[in-house]
Design a protein around this ligand. Structure first.
Ligand SMILES: NC(=O)c1ccc[n+]([C@@H]2O[C@H](COP(=O)([O-])OP(=O)(O)OC[C@H]3O[C@@H](n4cnc5c(N)ncnc54)[C@H](OP(=O)(O)O)[C@@H]3O)[C@@H](O)[C@H]2O)c1
Length: 238
């Protein structure tokens, strides 16, 4: 039986992905801060899930938390990082910005770093992270969120280069959703909103196919490309 960890499996995309992995033969370590939601998920299929409750901003404790969970699973083939936070912050409240950075940058780095080193040591494995279409350009409404997603995208690209250099079967998968119907996507003017179930199905396929980058849903690749080519003189006036 394959072994996976989903960091941030208590709700949203991570929850649905954990369910899908369990239905496809994985034993899954599920993490988050809201213990009751994780316990409820485990109760749906007790043999397939192991619960580990921790805050991913507690970066000093992350290596130990992930190691203990991996030992309980009896190994690790795949680590998915779905934990993330974001908030519209037009006032540029510094506490909001730093809170986002604490999870999306510092917490992300701690998990990514542990995963890469673990997979390198065992000579195989896959690390997948849920970044965002937001990482392609900056945005005045939520600077830390968009910048943190750009950081994640670049960090994953760096790890992919390192993985290729090792010549080992280590895969780094960057999942870039557009809008997905979860607590995080609250707001107006949303379009092409996918259900979390549909997003999870596409993410699962991208993971199985060892994709480098996947847009979810697929048509968000078009928006990603348009963002990318948008001239700077237009972008700065938006
Ligand atoms: N929904 C969208 O439209 C969308 C679009 C692009 C990208 N994304 C990305 O998708 C990922 C998942 O978000 P979602 O849409 O599924 O939203 P969600 O339902 O709010 O899920 C967020 C997950 O992150 C976990 N989390 C938050 N703070 C944490 C912390 N300090 N320590 C550990 N875990 C923490 C939450 O668990 P606890 O609260 O239990 O800790 C929860 O499991 C995020 O990285 C987000 O940026 C979402």
């Amino acid at each position: 039986m394959k072994k996976a960890i989903v960091v941030g499996a208590s709700s949203g995309i991570g929850y649905q992905l954990a369910v899908l992995l369990s239905q496809n033969g994985y034993k899954v370590g599920i993490t988050g801060r809201r213990d009751q939601l994780l316990v409820n998920l485990k109760a749906t299929n007790p043999e397939q899930f192991i619960v580990s409750v921790f805050d991913a901003t507690d970066i000093a404790a992350i290596p130990q938390n992930l190691k203990v969970l991996t030992d309980e699973l009896g190994g690790l083939d795949l680590l998915v990082l779905s934990s993330g936070t974001g908030k519209i912050n037009p006032e540029l409240d510094i506490n909001i910005e730093q809170g986002i950075n604490a999870l999306n940058v510092a917490g992300f780095t701690a998990v990514a770093n542990w995963a890469f080193n673990f997979f390198q040591k065992q000579a195989f494995g896959q690390f997948a992270a849920i970044t965002s279409i937001a990482g392609i350009r900056g945005n005045r409404q939520a600077p830390a969120y968009f910048a943190s997603k750009a950081y994640q995208i670049n960090y994953l690209e760096s790890l992919r280069q390192k993985a290729t250099n090792t010549k080992l079967p280590i895969y780094i998968t960057d999942i870039r959703p557009g809008f997905v119907d979860t607590a995080m996507a609250a707001g107006e003017n949303l379009f092409w909103v996918a259900s979390a179930e549909k997003a999870a199905r596409q993410i699962f396929r991208a993971i199985e196919n060892k994709r480098d980058i996947a847009y979810v849903t697929k048509r968000w690749r078009i928006i990603g490309f348009l963002f990318w080519i948008l001239p700077k003189f237009i972008h700065k006036r938006l």
